[in-house]
Structures are given as C-alpha cells and as structure tokens.
Design a protein around this ligand. Structure first.
Ligand code: CMC
Length: 431
C-alpha cells in the first residue's frame, strides 16, 4: 500500500478521528477505515459497496469515466486485437506477458488437463435433461472438489497451481458437456491438437456421426469473447469468490460460488436476458413501447444489455464486441436476421433518448455477445455458461492474490440493524 502521509479527519459527536489515505497507482484515493470501529465505535454504511474498496489488488483496473479497462496495465482493446485468451490467462495469473517458451509451456499444461475424470460423466447423468446449463455448471464445478482431492490444500502453492490449471482447462469441457447433455447428444472429448476456442466449439458442435470443421473466423470471434470477459476487477461474482475463499474454502467450491452469483440477470445472466428481450420485442415497430417501459418508474422492466455500475461513458469491451459481431454476421450472412435488426434499431433509439443519455446508460458487453453467440448456433441458455468459463481465470487470479495476501482475513461485513430490540420470549398460549 502506498503513501500514508495524507489523512482524512472524521468528526462525529465529541470525537475526531484521523484516518490514513492511500493513493493507488490509478483511481481515486482510498480512506482507510479499518480502525473506525475499534477507535470510534461506529460502522460505515454502504449497501452495494458503491464506495468501498474491499481489498488491494494489482490485477485489473477500470476507469469507468474514461471507459478504460486494463489487465496488469495493458488496455483491453490491445489485448483483444493482438493477444489471445490463453496469453491473457497467463498475464492475469502471473502478472506479466509470457515469453514464447513460457507461453508454450503454459498452453501445454492447460491442453493436457482438458479431459475430466471419467466418473464425472455419471455425475452429469444425475441431472435432468432440461436443467439450465448454469445449474449443471454450479453443481459440476463444486463437485470437482470430490474428484480432485490432490489439489484442495490451499496452503500448498503447488496444489493451488494445479487446481488453477485444472479449472482453466476443464471449464470448456464442462460447459460443452452441460450443453450436450441438455440436447441429448453424446459428450465429445477434447482434442489436444486444437487451440482453446476451437476445441470448445468442436466439443459443442461435433457429433460422432459427423466431425465439426472449425471456421477460423468463428474460432477467433470465440477467443475474443473469452478474452473480453476474462476479468473485471471486484464485480459481484469475483467478490463472491473472494468472500467464499476468505473462509479457507477449497478453490473448486469458491469458483462454484462465483458461477452461482454470475447467473443473475443483473450480472452475467444479462446476455441471455438481452437476447430473450430482443426476441420478445420481435419487430422494429415495437421498440418505442419497450423504451417507454424501460423509462417508466412503475414498471420493473429494464433494457437488458444497457448500463453498468462502473462504466458511465462507454464499455470498452462492447466496442470490440460490436466489431466482432459485424465480422461474424457478415461471414454467416445473417445481417438481415430480425433479432439483429431489432438490436440495431434499439441501440440507436436508446442512444438518442435523453433518459439514457442523462443516466449514462450505454450498451454493455452483453448487448453484443449474445448476438454473436446466437449467430454461431448457441442457444440462449449457453450464453452465461460461456461467460462463466471465460471469467474462471479472473476468479482464480483474484482468489490466488487473496490467498497470498498477508492482510487477508475472513470477510465479515457489519450491518445497520433495524429489527426489534431484545425482548422476552412469550409462551405460545399467551400470544
Ligand atoms: N434500463 C433502464 N433504466 C436503467 C437501466 C436499464 N438497463 N440501468 C439503470 N437504469 C436506471 C435505473 O432505473 C436508475 O434510475 P433512477 O436513478 O431514476 O432510479 C439509474 O439508471 C441508475 O441505475 P442503478 O440500478 O442504480 O445502477 P447500478 O449501478 O446499481 O446498476 C446495472 C447497474 C448493470 C445492474 C443496471 O444498469 C442494469 O440492471 N442493467 C441491465 C442488466 C445488464 O445489462 N447487466 C449487465 C452488466 S455488464 C456485464 C457484467 O459485468 O456482469
């Protein structure tokens, strides 16, 4: 932590406290309130953590005003254009871009861990066929702790490393298996001669009767989707992983907790919700009705794929995703698809509407990712599992950082209690 020379003064009642201020390498200064309760006997109140830094981190930085996203200092648009998913995984995990040999070694380690324990096939078969693939993923990833006992000891750095590689390698296999199971097709084993994204596409779309030729443009687009979702600092699911991990829970259990949190429509579930919304709107002439509903205070409807807690100008991931969407739709010749027409017109209508401009609501990454995934042939239920598999590396990197932090403590927020004061129990016959 940097400079503690600056301080903030806090006065309340007859007390005055001096609180240290830290200046980060980027972003606003941070007031250290850790001794507030011990020295002042008060808590702070911040539901939704809108002003609270829960940890110090060196992995990812977002400047919401500028629309900037950096991984270990590197801008996301450069990574999306010049790098690829496994190199970004290395960067997030180890802090620097790899040399050619380091990258080759890392890719080799990930590739050799892509198969899952054969007995996991039986575990999958316990789920209903119509289960949402996210439900299956939460269960199966949590169950990895029942299959890989030799990587559960979080105090052993080697075991932490093996658990990390296992999850990065096996999540595409698990997501593809969840999909295959849901459509009643046999599982497709991974192939070590394919790159990460191509292997995932093949595991999803090949069948024993007919192999799947991976189109390099689609594989590149899939790799971009994975890269753009790899990490996003202390969002809800990452904070969930850190909170779960702070109790000493094993890494597979922590990542399963992250997947569960990601599922919600305000977070990773927005990509599915967005495409379903576009389909529900159905035609361009119904857009004004939905815009009006999104603006109506008495209607809970929100334009899915719009707005962000941190980005208040534009989402830099959305800019790259939009380009990628154009490439894929061009390749597949589906520019005139009705969902796409609705998406384009809705985007225009919202961006020209003062409500959205005043509230700084712009299309986020999920607005475009669903369009690409739909064009590739994925059902909407697979959109969030794909987000989950890409974000796994971010969750693991943040979890590893937390485990290695000497200041790490179990996460235990306080509360502003608004319930009854202490009262005596009343026997049932007297109530
Ligand atoms: N449509 C209509 N109004 C909106 C929307 C929207 N999508 N998003 C925010 N608002 C309004 C909201 O009603 C509120 O208005 P008022 O000030 O009059 O009460 C104002 O904008 C601020 O909204 P908020 O809910 O206080 O903002 P937040 O930072 O808590 O929420 C959000 C951020 C992403 C949850 C929200 O914008 C939202 O629900 N968006 C739709 C879901 C979505 O696309 N989520 C994906 C986020 S990107 C992927 C990821 O990182 O998970």
């Amino acid at each position: 932590m940097s400079d503690t020379q600056k301080t903030a003064k806090l006065s309340f009642g007859d007390q005055e406290l001096e609180l240290p201020i830290y200046s980060p390498t980027a972003g606003p200064d941070v007031i250290d309130i850790r001794r507030l309760y011990a020295d002042g006997g008060v808590f702070t109140y911040d539901p939704g953590f809108t002003s609270t830094a829960s940890c110090d981190s060196t992995i990812t930085f977002i400047d919401g005003g500028k629309g900037e996203l950096l991984h270990r200092g590197y801008p996301i648009d450069q990574l999306a254009e010049k790098s690829h998913y496994l190199e970004v995984c290395y960067l997030l995990l180890y802090g620097e871009l790899p040399s050619a040999t380091e990258l080759e070694d890392f890719e080799g380690r990930v590739t050799r861990h892509t198969m899952v324990h054969e007995q996991m096939h039986n575990f999958f078969r316990g789920f209903r066929r119509d289960a949402h693939p996210m439900a299956t993923m939460v269960g199966v990833v949590g169950a990895m702790s029942a299959f890989y006992h030799d990587s559960l000891d979080i105090s052993d750095p080697d075991q932490r490393e093996v658990a990390s590689i296992r999850m990065i390698a096996k999540l595409p296999t698990i997501a593809a298996m969840a999909y295959k199971y849901s459509i009643g097709q046999p599982f497709v084993y991974p192939r070590n001669d394919l790159d990460y994204a191509s292997n995932f596409l093949r595991m999803c779309f090949a069948v024993p009767a007919e192999d799947y030729e991976v189109n390099p443009i689609l594989s590149r687009a899939m790799d971009r989707i994975l890269t753009l979702h790899a990490d996003h600092e202390q969002n809800a699911s990452t904070s969930t992983v850190r909170l779960a991990g702070s109790s000493g829970a094993n890494p597979f259990a922590c990542i399963a907790a992250g997947i569960a949190c990601l599922w919600g429509p305000a977070h990773g579930g927005a990509n599915q919700a967005c495409l379903e919304m576009l389909k529900e709107i159905g035609s361009v002439d119904r857009i004004p009705e939905y815009i009006a509903r999104a603006k109506d205070k008495d209607d809970p409807f929100r334009l899915m794929g719009f707005g962000h807690r941190v980005y208040k100008n534009f989402d830099p991931r959305a800019t790259v995703m939009k380009q990628s969407a154009d490439e894929v739709l061009d390749l597949l010749g589906v520019e005139n698809n009705p969902v796409l027409q609705v998406a384009k017109e809705l985007e225009k209508a919202a961006l020209n509407d003062p409500y959205f401009a005043e509230k700084k609501l712009f299309p986020n990454v999920d607005f475009y990712s669903g369009i690409i995934l739909e064009a590739m042939g994925f059902p909407t239920s697979m959109f969030t599992p794909i987000f989950a598999l890409s974000r796994t590396v971010g969750w693991i990197s943040q979890w590893k950082e937390m485990i290695g932090d000497p200041q790490q403590k179990i996460g235990r927020p306080r509360q502003l209690y608004q319930g009854e004061s202490a009262r005596d129990y009343v026997d049932v016959e007297k109530r």
